[in-house]
Write a protein that binds this ligand. Structure first.
Ligand SMILES: Nc1ncnc2c1ncn2[C@@H]1O[C@H](COP(=O)(O)OP(=O)(O)OP(=O)(O)O)[C@@H](O)[C@H]1O
Ligand SMILES: [Mg+2]
Length: 367
């Protein structure tokens, strides 16, 4: 075992293995031998390959006792990959939540690092929004709302309930997996960093995926929970609209999903925000609520974004977000772009209510 691996706390993990439990789903985890995983995945054959990410390929497999698994085989054993492995195992060992994909096991041979998860038969949200299942339209409005709320609860758990708190750092559609009932499980804690108590943010090398990155993270590598909130805001918009986080327009111009949404909202065309594949079968009140919360999440200033606890409360309607339905578009300067808040302009009015006080975003004197 490499040094990073050892420093990650072998004892701790062994402890977790013994006490580890997820009573509801009966998830405990164990160490797999390389041979066992080799057999289960048909020698990591191309036919078994579910996909490929930044740190390696993922293969479908079946163990000798019939369990369907997904095996992430980390690429080369660079020190970087080894660190990823150590981080992921350490973090996964701590996580127990119905909407977070926990660890089923791992294999750490002399030159191999593999992570074993439960196989999620409906693969990732990405495959349903933009991939091989996009045309099948399994994602009804009800399912989309459920996916949004439950993933938010998973993130809330990482941010507020695990000690020390965990920042995911790579929230995106391919990292939300769907079980046979389309229940969401947020996956991939390989990028996560454990945040010691009392530390509000850390400066670190930027990881993550373009389109989902909070500006302060992309530009200065400043990481905090609010970076996940930003990514989650983008993801919510993606789920309700079925659009990609960034689209390329003619002439190489790029438009973010928030910019696109803002334009429609500005013209009061809320219903058109809904993924056309739903053929209008959606709850407009809920759509406005989700988009409203997403707008708060994608504000350019991290301090103005809500925390995940508030995001969950607002999504469930426990706390209002003050959407003045259809008229919240704020275009004080009359230039037609509605961008008065320095972020997602349409949300000027919502911010005011959310924070419970008048915020003059233009002058920046609210905070
Ligand atoms: N447990 C699983 N069950 C089913 N499919 C999975 C499982 N884990 C991963 N996948 C799929 O395998 C593919 C590769 O996943 P992987 O996490 O390696 O890459 P990624 O999510 O695209 O990028 P990143 O490296 O940034 O996480 C993805 O399409 C993912 O949805
Ligand atoms: Mg992934």
């Amino acid at each position: 075992m490499g040094s990073c691996w050892s420093c990650c706390g072998e004892h701790k993990i062994e402890e977790e293995r013994l006490t580890g439990e997820n009573k509801k789903k009966n998830v405990g985890w164990r160490i797999f031998s390389y041979k066992e995983l080799h057999v289960a995945t048909n020698a990591f054959s191309e036919d078994n390959k579910l996909g490929e990410g930044g740190f390696g390929s993922v293969y479908w497999g079946r163990t000798s006792d019939g369990l369907q698994i997904a095996v992430k085989k980390l690429k080369a054993m660079s020190s970087k990959a080894e660190m990823e492995f150590a981080v992921e195992v350490e973090v996964l060992g701590r996580v127990r939540h119905n909407n977070l994909l926990g660890l089923r096991g791992y294999c750490a041979g002399a030159d191999q690092r593999l992570i074993v998860y439960d196989y999620m038969p409906n693969l990732s949200l990405l495959s349903h929004l933009h991939g091989q299942f996009a045309a099948d339209m399994h994602l009804t409005w009800k399912r989309r709302m459920n996916i949004i709320i439950k993933s938010a609860e998973g993130l809330m758990y990482l941010h507020h309930e695990v000690t020390p708190h965990i920042i995911h750092r790579d929230i995106k559609a391919s990292n939300v997996l769907l079980d046979s009932e389309f229940e969401p499980l947020v996956a991939d804690f390989g990028f996560a960093k454990l945040i010691p108590d009392g530390v509000s943010h850390m400066t670190t090398r930027v990881k993550g995926t373009l389109g989902y990155l909070a500006p302060e993270y992309a530009m200065w590598g400043k990481v905090s929970e609010s970076c996940d909130v930003y990514s989650f805001g983008v993801l919510m918009l993606e789920i309700v609209t079925g659009r990609k986080p960034i689209e390329k327009l003619a002439g190489g111009i790029k438009r973010t999903i928030a910019e696109w949404a803002e334009e429609l909202i500005g013209r009061g065309r809320w219903r058109e925000l809904g993924d056309p594949r739903m053929r209008g079968e959606l709850d407009e009140g809920e759509l406005r609520r989700v988009v409203g919360v997403a707008g708060l999440c994608v504000q350019s200033e991290g301090e103005r974004r809500p925390c995940m606890r508030d995001v969950v409360a607002m999504l469930k309607g426990v706390v209002g977000i003050g959407i003045d339905q259809g008229t919240s578009y704020n275009d004080d300067d009359g230039d037609g772009d509605g961008d008065e808040s320095g972020g997602f302009g349409v949300f000027g009015a919502m911010e005011e209510t959310y924070y419970g006080r008048r915020v003059d975003a233009k002058k920046g004197n609210g905070f």
